[in-house]
Ligand binder design. Structure first.
Ligand code: 5GP
Length: 118
């Protein structure tokens, strides 16, 4: 499967669609989910064109991988949810119902999120 340059997150990265930006560096952009499922629901995405975790973990540079993972922790600290807890999720392809084919991580917190596998 080839990367779709017209997916929503690619448009956000090109500035064609607005987003509520939370964090940005050379490799990473993070913004609030448009349909937040919790008081904190941030999407963290690489700036590079990767479809999913499988693609990112295989093809991204170590600098990109470290940068994205550090950003998740930094945003959690900035949002004040480290003490109370949070959840990090990434959906890959059909069985996980990935909607947007640009790799992204959901960071959720700010309330009791319930059990993940109930
Ligand atoms: P997925 O199911 O692919 O893991 O999640 C995609 C997420 O992107 C969903 O939680 C959805 O609400 C969010 N989303 C879809 N379109 C937009 C958009 O245009 N802007 C923002 N900020 N989030 C979006």
């Amino acid at each position: 499967m080839a990367y779709d340059q017209n997916n929503i997150f690619a448009k956000i990265l090109r500035g064609e669609i607005p987003c509520a930006k939370v964090f940005e560096n050379d490799h990473v952009l993070a913004f609030n989910d448009i349909a937040a499922k919790a008081p904190v629901h941030v999407l963290i995405i690489p700036k590079g064109a990767y479809i999913s975790f499988a693609d990112f973990s295989q093809n991204a540079s170590e600098e990109e991988i470290v940068s994205l993972n550090r950003a998740i922790g930094e945003i959690a600290r900035a949002k004040g949810i480290v003490e109370t807890g949070y959840r990090v999720i990434s959906n890959h392809s059909e069985h996980a119902r990935q909607e947007v084919p640009h790799y992204h991580v959901h960071l959720l917190g700010g309330k009791d999120l319930g059990g993940c596998f109930n």
